[in-house]
Design a protein around this ligand. Structure first.
Ligand SMILES: Nc1ncnc2c1ncn2[C@@H]1O[C@H](COP(=O)(O)OP(=O)(O)O)[C@@H](O)[C@H]1O
Ligand SMILES: [Mg+2]
Length: 263
């Protein structure tokens, strides 16, 4: 039997506001297999962050059932089954790189020698071994984001939740970190749910791309990329890649782009 990192059945989320209810998400059916890389893509307001927050148990679902590794999201949270990284790296400025990576380990009472060993391992994983004594303001945006990824991976989660983690970075750094994330995901074997606005980014990283649409937020299409073992820089210039990018773009528009332009 295939183990499911995420299993969402009929999941919906409604926010009551003073101007009435906002249906942020409706009827979401989504599974993410253990070790699978899945991106959520769609225009602003289609419910990407809301879905990620439900998976992370930062908000309760209004309808449906949501299981993380076969348990309620709240239990998965307690069991530290997932790590989270957001667009803002959210590092503590008064702590070094090592201090920031160590934070979750400290909070959960890992003994000092084990902690130091784990921090060294994580710094190595994200390529920051030489920078462990630096402070966040001495790092580039891309390096800060790598610290955030290391911190999210500190407790060896089987699931990594990322909300536009590269959204504030320049294109070069962004592509570099996409390559790094591909490697890190493969090395750790963690499943990843990755929110992005970028079609090429979603295609490059993902086994499957989940296309969402707003008002009300829902999944309109799920595309498999089939790009399994060929995620290197050459992929970005390959016909297979352009084909997938086009397919996702068309799914986002709801109709083929060519015809959309003619209207
Ligand atoms: N706490 C909240 N209260 C009211 N409305 C919200 C809240 N959070 C999100 N929404 C609304 O839900 C919809 C989906 O938001 P969000 O998940 O942030 O979209 P995305 O991440 O795709 O841009 C939007 O219409 C947003 O305004
Ligand atoms: Mg968002």
């Amino acid at each position: 039997m295939i183990e499911l990192a995420v299993n969402a059945r009929g999941v919906g989320k409604t926010f009551p506001t003073k101007d009435g209810d906002v249906v942020a998400l409706t009827e979401v059916e989504l599974t993410v297999e253990a070790g699978e890389f899945v991106s959520l893509i769609g225009p602003s307001g289609c419910g990407k962050s809301t879905l990620l927050r439900l998976i992370a148990d930062l908000d309760p679902a209004s309808t449906g059932t949501l299981e993380i590794f076969g348990k309620p999201a709240s239990q998965a949270r307690v069991d530290q089954d997932y790590g989270i990284a957001f667009q803002q790296a959210g590092l503590l400025p008064w702590r070094t790189v090592a201090g920031n990576i160590a934070l979750p380990l400290e909070l959960h009472g890992m003994a000092k020698p084990a902690r130091a060993a784990r921090v060294a391992e994580l710094a190595e994983l994200v390529g920051l071994t030489e920078f462990v004594d630096r402070y966040p303001d001495q790092l580039s945006g891309g390096m800060q984001q790598r610290v955030a990824i290391a911190r999210a991976l500190a407790e060896q989660p089987r699931l990594l939740l990322m909300d536009e983690p590269f959204g504030a970075l320049d294109e070069m750094t962004r592509e570099y970190l996409q390559g790094e994330l591909t490697r890190i995901a493969a090395e750790t074997g963690a499943a990843v749910v990755f929110v992005t606005h970028s079609i090429p980014e979603a295609v490059f990283l993902s086994d499957r791309v989940v296309v969402m649409s707003p008002r009300p937020g829902r999944i309109t299409e799920i595309l498999s990329t089939g790009l399994d073992d060929i995620r290197d820089e050459a992929l970005r210039e390959s016909p297979e890649y352009f084909e997938r990018v086009t397919a996702v773009r068309e799914a986002l528009h709801g109709i083929p782009v060519e015809r959309a332009n003619e209207r």
